[in-house]
Design a protein around this ligand. Sequence first.
Ligand code: SMO
Length: 696
Amino acid sequence: MTSPMPSQTARLTGRGCYAADAPLDNPLHLAFLRSPVAAGAIETLECADALDVDGVVAVHIGGNVAHLGALSVNAVIPVSIPLPYPILAQTRVDAVGQPVAAVLAETPTAAADGAEAIWLDIAEATLPPPRTIAQQHWQSGDCDAAFAKAAHVVSASIAHPRLAPSPMEPRGIAVRFDAATQSATIWHATQTPHRTRSELARILSIDPSRLRVIARDVGGAFGMKASLYPEEVLAVWAAFHHQRSVRWIAARSDEFLSATQGRGVQSSGALALDKDGRFLALRAQTTAPLGHWLPNSGLIPAWNSARILPSGYIVGALDIRTEAQTVPLGPTGIYRGAGRPEANALMERLVDKAARVLEADPLDLRRQNLLPADALPHRTATGNTLESGDYGAAIDLLARESAYAALRAERDRRRAEGALVGIGTAFYLEPSGSGWESARVTLHPDGHADIASGSSSQGQARQQSYTRIAADVLGFPPEQITVQLADTAKCPEGIGALASRATAIGGSAVHVACTRARARREAGETGVITVEERYENTGQAWGHGACLVMVCIDTETGTPTLERAFCVDDAGIVINADAVMGQIIGGFAQGLGEALMEAVRYDEDGQLLTGSFMDYAMPRAADIPQVHVAKLCSPSPTNALGAKGVGEAGTISAPIAILNGVLDALAPLGITDLDMPLTSCSLWHAIAQALTKKDL
Ligand code: SMO
């Protein structure tokens, strides 16, 4: 075992520094009045009573911040209608939970009391229909002809529930204002500290040199902390406006109401096959929901849920469409997988249905249609280059590791005895991000090295991985290496940690910087050697793998039990095997949450029904089976390390493997389609209905 790095030790011993712990001198505390209705015009917004509350210093409404700039949006698919980014509601509200007024007070309690004392009257309006603001269409080959000549056609629809990412640490921002220099040091729970600084500078018209952003310890993020929020902009604006430090720490209820949610994608498709089971054509349509405002990464799920089709399979003709629609509900954004689970789920559901129609083994059918290793690199019609790997080898390894033949025999034997038991399998692709990341290495004559990177960490043990990369290249013992991340004053400009990119790209930046520094040292350079690297990969690294679960459903109660779980993953070159294992198992647990229990629900008026953990079920340790993990390694040629993403593997593969497993278990009852989450209640109803039909 390697010893934990300093920041991990600090967290383990309760000495971490989160936004709530950041040292502020006499700060103002912030609370928000949020819209109680989903649509309407603001008729009365009366703040006098709030200002009378002891400790309340100021109340701000939309008019006070109407002049601020808009958030930039990563338009991975073209946006036809821009969405506004109101920091506070202006004349109308567009979703429950939208911030309407901000209260600044001497204590958090006074701020909350102040928000309750505001008089808000809204003339409720009917909810607007969904509106498509972005779409894309990919086509190749002759789909119509392929479907016309197909021996078999299968179709599937999947409605992914909306999910609440729920990192252990909610959103938070602490702004230490320095009046003498008119500047601020900002501790922000974020995945992208440099972007926080540049966006704040632009939105608030402040020179970036007057903003320092630190994300020292961040208690999980999962995509939810990748984009800047209106509440956070308000906190920084208020610090400059009032010339005082400001802190905002979201309550869990704030998170359910107004943090970005994941998934919610509706997808449907049809797969055409010839009589031998070859995939001839795929038609697919995905629709991703957007909330009432568009976060920087808000369009990513719409893009990924379509462009990752048809996964790693050879398909003759394609017709794939995606659209992103605004709906009058909470905002959506990236959430661990960010469209990858949706694309893979649709494809893998179609393949499973095809196997049933063909009476073929699901793994055999996958093996038959996956791109062979010598077909890579392969350019897809959706614009991807699948660069390396042996997809069939992942299927073979899964079959070996799970003792597949014996498992199927066991399933058939128990099924014959009346048990509802099924095996679910899935192949998946996990593209890691593309683009650049930075690293700076400083070699000191005494044999120490300092590494600084623009990448960041939210609990992924990034410091440890970067230490290993540097130690390996420099030949230094790990204890003589320090790693600094996520402080705009100490690190070179960078991107951050998202899209499974931080090892493949950030790690490569560290690797290249260290290699250059070593070369300079070996050339006889003495003194302090500093090398700064802005590393750009040559394309996405496509992690991939396969998953198998065995599910047993209690006939009387509908309760599903995962009896076995196997994951095979190819993350290319692995830097930190413990961290990779943690990512796969943690991702599997989160994927199990989507499959079996999690769902954000709204009623027909746009009211949130799942505003707390009393109503929103999260998986607990006892819900997670032992997950058996096996690794493959095909180095990616797209980056210096040969690494691929792994952070999202489990959330991509587990939900569809579990759905396929549950539907395999229920196949003898004639059940072919079910929506996630597969709760005991929904399974019990499906079983009861099927048995009634059978009896008739
Ligand atoms: S969903 Mo990730 O943090 O790009």
